[in-house]
Design a protein around this ligand. Structure first.
Ligand code: HMG
Length: 384
């Protein structure tokens, strides 16, 4: 029996802000963003969007295609949770019209937790072959205005159906894991923007990559040269290049693995969406599936990183025919349909983001589900 990703679908916010605009107002060369960190745009959520509405938009096509039979677990991975107690997947459960006989939960560890969710899901499917698990990664990445992380903000969601005999990716059983208690990036409960020690975070990401890779190999993982591509967590797409160069140096010093052209197909979506935290590595994977050549039968590597910090390296083999499962045009149309906003509107929305008490939101989203506002401390969602 093989287990892995049977279906995958993504969504992003309805607004877009160009980094050229940010650079112009900061009076700096846009090359720092376009080439230096490898980002051209950031997706932003409309007033009536959040992690739940993006998750619903990403997951709806999966439910539409596969129905709900055997779906008994939904795991929602996020680091931009909307309630301290109630799991975001409980809201999603109603919006997707899922049956009552489903367990739903939310998991957290910075950008890493969607990978933990996939591993938990594989465990469930291995015990109960007829069950399927919906894993959602959805996040809004926010930093302070004028901070080092500002240009790396973004918003996005990826939904994945985990099952046996998957149609997209068979996930191999070996994983390499790494954890260290560090302060590279964190978000205290009283803040909606993250705090970050930017350069240090890059250093810890690379240490974690090396640690997870060594653990992967120690547990019988495949050789680096056997991977057709590696998908990295992409806080900004240039980070994947740094990761690939580090890994090639320790794992394949004389080979061609350091060739960064091999990353090109994995960065297309993230360069336009920005950091989507938990969703970022799976958007890199979707970018490869949608924009890369047919790699049926080839091994793909995954390096998942979450600040704080946890890393995991694992591999999977693309299932022949996977290209026929994709919804490439839908995501590309969603990206093209985002409403561009200028610098002043971007700043205004950033400052107005945190609202307290009861309020109603403006009708702005392009999606079928909207966050309508807050009434008596309860978040209201409506489908249309
Ligand atoms: P910075 O310090 O302002 O930028 O921000 P810099 O001066 O280091 O420049 C960036 C790169 O652009 C450099 O290249 C420059 O040389 C180049 P590098 O040395 O890195 O190869 N550059 C130019 N290139 C072409 N033309 C130009 C030009 N000017 C400069 N004109 C920093 C960089 C990463 C610190 C910032 O973006 C930041 O704070 N980001 C947020 C933190 C982050 O993304 N960390 C990544 C690792 S941690 C992680 O991945 C976890 C995370 O996703 C959260 C989670 O887990 O939940 C963040």
């Amino acid at each position: 029996m093989t287990t892995g990703i049977h279906d995958i679908s993504a969504a992003t916010g309805s607004l877009v802000f160009a980094l050229a605009d940010l650079a112009e107002h900061e009076g700096i060369d846009v090359g720092k963003y376009h080439r230096g960190i490898g980002q051209t745009e950031m997706s932003l959520t409309a007033e009536d969007e959040d992690i739940v509405t993006m998750a619903a938009r990403a997951a709806a096509p999966i439910i539409e295609r596969h129905g709900t039979e055997g779906l008994r677990t939904v795991i929602f991975a996020t680091e931009s949770g909307i309630d301290q107690s109630k799991a975001a997947s409980v809201f999603l459960h109603r919006l997707l019209g899922l049956p009552r006989a489903v367990r739903v939960v939310e998991v957290k560890e910075a950008c890493y937790s969607a990978t933990a969710a996939i591993q938990f899901a594989l465990g469930i499917v291995a015990r109960r072959h007829d069950e399927r698990v919906l894993v959602i990664a959805s996040d809004v990445a926010r930093y302070e205005l004028n901070s080092s992380g500002e240009a790396t903000q973004g918003a996005g969601a990826v939904a994945m159906l985990i099952s046996e005999n998957p149609a997209v990716l068979e996930i191999e059983p070996v994983s390499g894991v790494w954890t260290d208690d560090v302060w590279d990036f964190w978000r205290p409960n009283d803040r909606s923007t993250a705090l970050v020690d930017g350069r240090y975070s890059v250093q810890v990401y690379l240490e974690s990559l090396e640690g997870a890779w060594n653990d992967y190999r120690a547990h019988g993982g495949a050789e680096f040269s056997s991977f057709a591509r590696v998908c990295y967590h992409q806080p900004f797409t240039r980070m994947a290049v740094k990761g690939q160069q580090r890994l090639a140096r320790i794992a394949d010093p004389d080979g061609e693995s350091a060739d960064i052209d091999r990353l090109a197909d994995t960065v297309e979506y993230n360069a336009r969406i920005g950091n989507s935290y938990t969703a970022s590595i799976y958007l890199a994977f979707l970018s490869l599936l949608d924009n890369g050549p047919d790699l049926s039968g080839e091994r793909i590597g995954f390096f998942s990183y979450g600040s704080g910090a946890v890393g995991e390296f694992f591999g999977g083999v693309l299932v022949p025919g996977y290209k026929s499962q994709l919804r490439t045009e839908e995501l590309q149309s969603m990206l093209a349909a985002r409403r561009p906003i200028g610098y002043d509107e971007y700043r205004h929305r950033h400052i107005a983001y945190d609202r307290v008490g009861d309020f109603e939101t403006a009708d702005e989203t392009h999606g079928d589900v909207r966050f309508a506002g807050v009434e008596q401390h309860k978040r209201l969602y409506e489908a249309r």
